[in-house]
Design a protein around this ligand. Structure first.
Ligand code: FES
Length: 115
């Protein structure tokens, strides 16, 4: 699922953090896609309500990680089932590669990202 950033984004910026959506806009064990100047970013929510953001491109062949299966702190790519760490973007061995990661935080029920 794709979404644009809040229209009030400029008002919501605190230092370099940009508010992107409410936490509840992201399904548990799911993801939303944020379009940015840096390309599509997949924002994941774990079962424990942790939020992580990675470039929506698998380090293998560019599969859309936002459509993968979230389990624990990993996502399994929908194309060839590589497992990617949500906290660091690094593929689990024996696979090798890394997706760009972005810092996130949750405050008062909203998710913020630092580009
Ligand atoms: S593109 Fe993700 S595992 Fe191949």
């Amino acid at each position: 699922m794709s979404m644009a950033m809040d229209t009030n984004t400029s008002q919501m910026e605190t230092q370099s953090w940009t508010r992107i959506c409410a936490l509840d806009d992201i399904p548990r064990l799911g993801a939303r896609v944020v379009k940015s100047l840096h390309g599509n970013i997949a924002v994941f929510r774990t079962f424990d309500d942790e939020v992580f953001a990675l470039a929506d491109r698998c380090p293998h062949k560019g599969g859309p990680l936002s459509q993968g299966i979230v389990h624990g702190r990993h996502v399994t790519c929908p194309l060839h089932s590589w497992n990617i760490g949500l906290s660091d973007g690094i593929a689990v061995a024996p696979d090798e590669g890394c997706s760009a990661k972005y810092a996130t935080k949750c405050e008062n029920g909203y998710v913020y990202i630092r580009f």
